[in-house]
Design a binder for this molecule. Structure first.
Ligand SMILES: Cc1cc2nc3c(=O)[nH]c(=O)nc-3n(C[C@H](O)[C@H](O)[C@H](O)COP(=O)(O)OP(=O)(O)OC[C@H]3O[C@@H](n4cnc5c(N)ncnc54)[C@H](O)[C@@H]3O)c2cc1C
Length: 458
C-alpha cells in the first residue's frame, strides 16, 4: 500500500494528469489497442514533459511499484499497461520537428506514426516505419520497425540517430553513436528495457508519392504465388517492397462486390523509387500472372501508411504468433497454404514481411536485431471484434505457428510477440542476448523496466 499523502504529493508535482481507479476516465485510460488485454493499474501518470517522466520513474522506484511505459498502446501482449502498478503514459508528449535541410525528424515519445508521416510529408520526407498509422513511434522503433520502406531504407532502428531517455535512476541522457554508444546500441531493438525514451531523432528519406497497393490472387493459386513471390522479391530492386498476405476481402469499396468476403492471397507492394520507372518495375509482376484485382497505383505516402487503419480500429481481440524465416521450402509453402486457407475471421491474416535489401546490410551484431540474415518476419494474427471469438482466433494462430515453427529461423520479431517467456526472448536476441543483459545491468540493475520482452540484468 502506498500512503495517500505520497500519492497526493506526486500528483501535485505533475504537470500532466494522475489517473486512479476513482477517476472518471480510468477505464478509457487503461484500455490498450488489443481488446483482449484487461489490466487495472493502480495509477496512470499522463506525463506532459520530461520532468513528469523523471518524477514518475522516481515514484515507481521509491514505492517499488511495477512500472509499465505506454507509447502508442499497440503492443500485442499489452506491454504498455500493467496490473496494480504505475503506467507512464507518454501520449501528451506529442510533437514532431522536421529539419528539411538536414533531413532529420525529431518525434516526442508519445507520437504515433501518423503524426510523423503527416509532418514529414509537407517536406517530401518520411521515416521508415510500420503499415498502420496509429502504432506508437516508441514501441515500434525500440523493437526494430518493419514496413513499406524496409527494403529501400532499412529497419526503423537503422534510421535512428539519437534518443533522449530517462533512466531507472532518474538521470536524463542522450544516446547516440557518440554519446552513451552502448545504450544506443541496446535501444535499437532491445525494446523498453533500458529506460523511458522521451524523444527520437531519425534520419528521413525523400519519399512523397509511392506506386503502391495490393495485387490479389485466388486462394487456389496461393502455392504458385508464394513460390514465385519468394524468389522474385529477394532479387527485386530495393525500392520495391512487397509483403505477402493471406486475407479475406473486406466487404466494401474499393473491392468489387463479387470478391467481398472471399479468402484470397495478396502481395501488398510499395515502390518508392522514381514514379516514371514504376510501370517498368511492375512489368514482371503483371506479366507473371494477371491478378484477380490490381489496386496498385500512385499514392501519397501518408495515405499508404494509413490504408489499413479503417480495417483495424482499436479494441479488437488480437492474438499474435511470429517467427523469422530464412527460406520458404516447398513443404513450408504447402503448410502455409493449408493454414492460411483456414483464416478463422474476416480480419485474421498472415503476413510475410521482407527484411532483406537495405535491412540486411548490417551485421547481426550491429544492433540487437539478430536476424539480419533472415528473409522474412512472419506473423500469424487472429483478429476479431467479438470477444467470444477469442479462443477460435488464438487456436488458429497457435496451430499455424506450431506447424511452421520447425521451418523457421528460431526467434521472432519482438514486436510481433505476445508474452511468451524468457526462452523466446533469448531465441530472438540470439548471440546478442549476453551483451544486452550486461547493458541492462549497467543501466537498470534492479529491472525496474520489466513490463516488456524482458532482458534480465546480468
Ligand atoms: C495493428 C498493428 C499493426 C502493426 N504493424 C506493424 C508494422 O507494420 N511493423 C512493425 O514493425 N510493427 C508493427 N506492429 C507492432 C508494433 O511495432 C508493436 O505493437 C509496438 O510495440 C507498438 O508500439 P507502441 O508504442 O504503440 O506500443 P506500447 O504498447 O505503448 O508499448 C510497447 C512496448 O514498448 C515500450 N515502450 C513504449 N513506449 C516507450 C518509451 N517511450 N520508452 C521506452 N519504452 C517504451 C513499452 O513499455 C512496451 O514494452 C503493429 C501492431 C499493431 C497492433
Amino acid at each position: 500500500m502506498i500512503n495517500q499523502a505520497a500519492i497526493d504529493a506526486f500528483k501535485a508535482g505533475l504537470r500532466g494528469a494522475l489517473i486512479d481507479p476513482q477517476s472518471p476516465d480510468y477505464n478509457a485510460a487503461r484500455k490498450v489497442y488489443n481488446g483482449m488485454i484487461d489490466r487495472r493499474p493502480r495509477l496512470i501518470a499522463r506525463c506532459a514533459d520530461v520532468a513528469d517522466v523523471i518524477a514518475a520513474v522516481g515514484f515507481a522506484r521509491e514505492h517499488k511499484l511495477l512500472l509499465a511505459v505506454r507509447g502508442g498502446g499497440h503492443n500485442a501482449g499489452g506491454l504498455g499497461v500493467c496490473d496494480d502498478g504505475l503506467v507512464i503514459d507518454l501520449s501528451p508528449i506529442k510533437y514532431v520537428r522536421v529539419d528539411p535541410k538536414k533531413k532529420t525528424i525529431v518525434a516526442g515519445g508519445g507520437c504515433l506514426w501518423g503524426d510523423v508521416d503527416h509532418a514529414g510529408h509537407a517536406f517530401g520526407l518520411a521515416v521508415p516505419s510500420g503499415i498502420i498509422s496509429t502504432t506508437g513511434v516508441a514501441g515500434l522503433t525500440l523493437g526494430g520497425g518493419i514496413g513499406h520502406l524496409t527494403r529501400r531504407c532499412g529497419l526503423t532502428i537503422d534510421n535512428l540517430l539519437a534518443v533522449d531517455m530517462v533512466l531507472a535512476d532518474g538521470r536524463f541522457v542522450t544516446a547516440s553513436a557518440k554519446e552513451n554508444p552502448d545504450l544506443f546500441w541496446a535501444v535499437r531493438g532491445g525494446g523498453g528495457n533500458f529506460g523511458v525514451v522521451t524523444a527520437f531523432t531519425f534520419k528521413a528519406h525523400d519519399v512523397h508519392t509511392n506506386y503502391a497497393g495490393p495485387t490479389l490472387y485466388p486462394l487456389e493459386d496461393a502455392a504458385e504465388i508464394l513460390r514465385w513471390y519468394s524468389k522474385f522479391i529477394v532479387k527485386a530492386p530495393n525500392e520495391l517492397n512487397g509483403f505477402f498476405a493471406f486475407m479475406t476481402v473486406p466487404p466494401g469499396p474499393p473491392f468489387p462486390a463479387p470478391l467481398h468476403l472471399k479468402k484470397m492471397c495478396a502481395v501488398v507492394w510499395c515502390y518508392s523509387g522514381p514514379l516514371k520507372k514504376a510501370e517498368q518495375v511492375f512489368k514482371p509482376i503483371r506479366a507473371f500472372k494477371k491478378p484477380a484485382l490490381d489496386l496498385v497505383g500512385p499514392i501519397p505516402h501518408p495515405a499508404l501508411q494509413s490504408m489499413f487503419d479503417g480495417l483495424y480500429p482499436p479494441g479488437h481481440q488480437w492474438y499474435w504468433k511470429a517467427d523469422f524465416v530464412r527460406e520458404l521450402s516447398d513443404e513450408a509453402i504447402a503448410l502455409n497454404v493449408k493454414h492460411g486457407s483456414q483464416l478463422p475471421t474476416m480480419q485474421s491474416t498472415m503476413h510475410l514481411y521482407p527484411i532483406d535489401g537495405a535491412a540486411a546490410r548490417a551485421k547481426n551484431s550491429a544492433t540487437p536485431w539478430s536476424y539480419r540474415d533472415a528473409k522474412w518476419a512472419q506473423v500469424m494474427v487472429g483478429v476479431d471484434p467479438d470477444p467470444a471469438k477469442k479462443d477460435v482466433i488464438s487456436a488458429w494462430a497457435r496451430d499455424y505457428w506450431t506447424a511452421l515453427h520447425p521451418y523457421s529461423a528460431g526467434g521472432a520479431y519482438v514486436n510481433f510477440m505476445m508474452e511468451e517467456g524468457e526462452d523466446r526472448v533469448r531465441a530472438t536476441y540470439g548471440k546478442n542476448y549476453v551483451r544486452l543483459a550486461k547493458i541492462k545491468k549497467r543501466y537498470d540493475p534492479s529491472n525496474l523496466f520489466r513490463v516488456n520482452q524482458n532482458i534480465k540484468p546480468k
